[in-house]
Design a protein around this ligand. Structure first.
Ligand SMILES: CC(=O)N[C@H]1[C@@H](OP(=O)(O)OP(=O)(O)OC[C@H]2O[C@@H](n3ccc(=O)[nH]c3=O)[C@H](O)[C@@H]2O)O[C@H](CO)[C@@H](O)[C@@H]1O
Ligand SMILES: C=C(OP(=O)(O)O)C(=O)O
Length: 420
């Protein structure tokens, strides 16, 4: 199992190119299932999750060609609308195949993603919404088995209001609705930039969508969609992770392609903490020196503070002046980095969804274990500031969602190496 060895204490300087967003590329690979024509995605990040999604759709009979950051998908010959457990178990986003398969083929069998480290993560809202669109769905033997009633050829438009804001739920409905009969209205829709990016891709395929990027999306179903070319939006969470890394170590880095307008909640907190972050031509620039001031925050749906940035920002609080309180409102079990940070010298108390942090003067390197994707990123940042050597174990979590993170960090001066 690969590990990362980090010798902390280096300031970061230079330029990093931000990759395409994992959370846009994954639904967009599934959106390609909506048409029998070729789709070309550019700026696709090189991640384990993308490789898993490619395997998943290839397993359905879809042709996929991969270049460095280009993926060509031809779902013209899709023969088996099924997502088996072996492929779904490592990646919850596989549930995104459900909406497109149902919409185009009138049937889909997708393994339940199951629980994962950060929380229970049910998909009840996905199922309820697709049922409202006329699908008959049973959950049997760990699989969501969905089909249209006899005599029906297409899903039908519906008015869907989910109990909570759900990102992949909104994406499933959005994709399903493009080929449904009539109008679908999504209320309480997620507003994440990845939803907007997916909607733009679908529009390029011929879909009729309005209101994406707001909490109310309207979709008029069309008979068929065509192929398209689409560039995946920059990964705001990868960019945010680098912002936190530079703020923690000190230094000055240009994040090429980074979108400051997608990270306002994080950037506001970084500025209040004492870092400089500015949007510049073609990206954003971050610089920091000396100790920062810890910032309390609570996670929320976009445009609030992203839960996917909670662990990384917490490291900043750990080594900044003053007490702070972090409230995790989206997932019930997303503080697993805390015990590992404590092993590096952090002072953090958890009480349910609250973490109370007392800034310390320094962290000291140790062996720590990554437990999920963003927890891994937070341990890497902690390793960059800790004195001595930090060994981050189980980085397969990190590889799920970061495109060559250690190469990018080394490129801006970090002392970090992968140990096989
Ligand atoms: C591939 C992808 O895009 N993943 C992102 C997506 O995950 P994902 O789409 O899985 O997260 P959701 O937005 O659906 O989850 C939000 C909350 O709703 C709950 N819920 C959701 C659906 C459902 O049917 N029932 C239910 O109870 C979840 O357990 C969670 O508490 O949004 C999360 C929240 O921003 C991010 O952390 C993930 O990185
Ligand atoms: C939780 C995350 O991803 P996923 O929904 O794919 O597990 C994440 O990207 O931080």
């Amino acid at each position: 199992m690969d590990k990362l060895l980090i010798r902390g204490g280096r300031r970061l300087h230079g330029e990093v190119v931000v990759s395409g967003a994992k959370n846009a590329a994954l639904p967009e690979l599934c959106a390609a299932l909506l048409t029998d024509q070729p789709v070309q995605l550019r700026n696709v990040p090189r991640l384990q999750d993308v490789a898993t999604m490619v395997k998943l759709i290839q397993n359905m009979g879809v042709q996929v060609e991969r270049g460095t950051d280009i993926v060509r998908i031809d779902a013209g010959g899709l023969s088996s609308p099924e997502a088996p457990y072996e492929l779904v178990k490592t990646m919850r986003a596989s549930v995104l195949a459900l909406g497109p398969l149902l919409a185009r083929f009138g049937e889909a069998t997708v393994s339940l993603p199951g629980g994962c480290a950060i929380g229970s993560r049910p998909v009840d809202q996905h199922i309820k919404g697709l049922q409202q669109m006329g699908a008959e769905i049973v959950v049997e033997h760990g699989y969501i088995i969905a089909k249209l009633p006899k005599g029906r050829e297409r899903l039908r438009g519906a008015h869907i209001r989910t109990d909570m804001v759900t990102v992949t739920g909104t994406e499933n409905f959005l994709m399903a609705a493009t080929l449904a009969e009539g109008e679908t209205v999504l209320e309480n829709a997620a507003q994440e930039p990845e939803i907007t990016d997916l909607a733009e891709m679908l529009i390029a395929m011929g879909a009729r969508i309005e209101g994406h990027g707001t909490s109310r999306i309207r979709i008029q179903g069309v008979d068929r969609l065509r192929g398209c070319e689409h560039r995946v939006v920059a990964d705001r969470i990868e960019a945010g992770t680098f912002l936190c890394a530079v703020a923690a170590t000190g230094g000055d880095v240009l994040l090429r392609h980074g979108r400051a307008d997608h990270l306002e909640a994080v950037i506001d907190k970084l500025r209040e903490a004492g870092a400089r972050v500015e949007a510049v031509d073609g990206g954003m620039r971050v610089s920091a020196q000396g100790r920062l001031v810890a910032q309390s925050f609570r996670t929320a749906e976009y445009p609030g503070f992203p839960t996917d940035m909670q662990a990384q920002f917490m490291v900043l609080n750990v080594i900044s002046d003053g007490p702070s309180k972090v409230t995790e409102t989206i997932f019930e079990n997303r503080f697993m980095h805390v015990n590992e940070l404590v092993r590096l010298g952090a002072r953090i108390q958890i009480d349910g969804k609250f973490a109370v942090i007392d800034g310390v003067e320094r962290l000291s390197g140790a062996t720590v274990m990554a437990t999920d994707l963003r927890a891994s990123a937070s341990l890497v940042i902690a390793g960059l500031v800790a004195e001595g050597e930090t060994l981050v174990d189980r980085i397969y979590h990190l590889d799920r969602g970061y495109d060559r993170m250690e190469d990018k960090l080394r490129g801006i001066g970090a002392d970090i190496e992968r140990i096989k």
